[in-house]
Write a protein that binds this ligand. Sequence first.
Ligand SMILES: Cc1cc2nc3c(=O)[nH]c(=O)nc-3n(C[C@H](O)[C@H](O)[C@H](O)COP(=O)(O)O)c2cc1C
Length: 211
Amino acid sequence: MDFKNTIENRRSVNFFDPKKDVSDRLLREMVELAAKAPSGFNIQPWSLIVLRDRDSKMRLRQHAWEQEKVTDAPVTMIVLADMDGWKLENAFAEKNFNEMIKSGAMSAEQRDWFKETCTSLYGASEARSVAFACKNTGFFAMALMLAAKSLDLDTHPMDGFDIDAVRKEFAIPENYWIPLLLAVGYFQEGKILYPAKWRKSYDDIVIHFDK
Ligand SMILES: Cc1cc2nc3c(=O)[nH]c(=O)nc-3n(C[C@H](O)[C@H](O)[C@H](O)COP(=O)(O)O)c2cc1C
């Protein structure tokens, strides 16, 4: 599927075929394609909890407005955004810094500068930390949906869930925001997909402010 078709054909699919599984191989391909998403300083503050068995999905569904797609889809993901992902004490941030040195994008002497820059950009307040984690993970989540469609899979993003209850149920540490859940599978043949939703036009989107 070319990119235009992929983006045109992606829909939030309410009905998943519970009998049509997604293989581990396909899921891995989807996730690793999506991991090409960009992120600030390439920090990649995203992680996924992948639920496949019915019991785990039921545990999630009870905190997600009882949305049936949570359990109908063969795979439902809890998408996590690490608010501490930029901190150099974090193993991936450290790896990323070392990779930047290796590639010549940064020198070892810039470590303190990098630390201070990240602190002021992403750690100056809770709002900044949440924004850092969620904007980057949002790009990843969009890439997940498009990668899925390009592999003939369907998805459904959800923020209809109780974040505190999901955190408790799955013992998710406080440094993770949970921007969304994502159901992944195949649209159930015979069900009716709602008509495509309206979208803002170019003129609706482009705005300006006068001083
Ligand atoms: C972050 C996010 C959260 C959403 N949460 C829900 C949800 O909890 N339940 C639901 O039925 N749809 C949910 N949706 C789906 C939207 O309603 C849907 O994307 C929108 O109406 C556009 O339709 P389309 O995705 O088919 O183009 C969510 C979408 C996004 C991006």
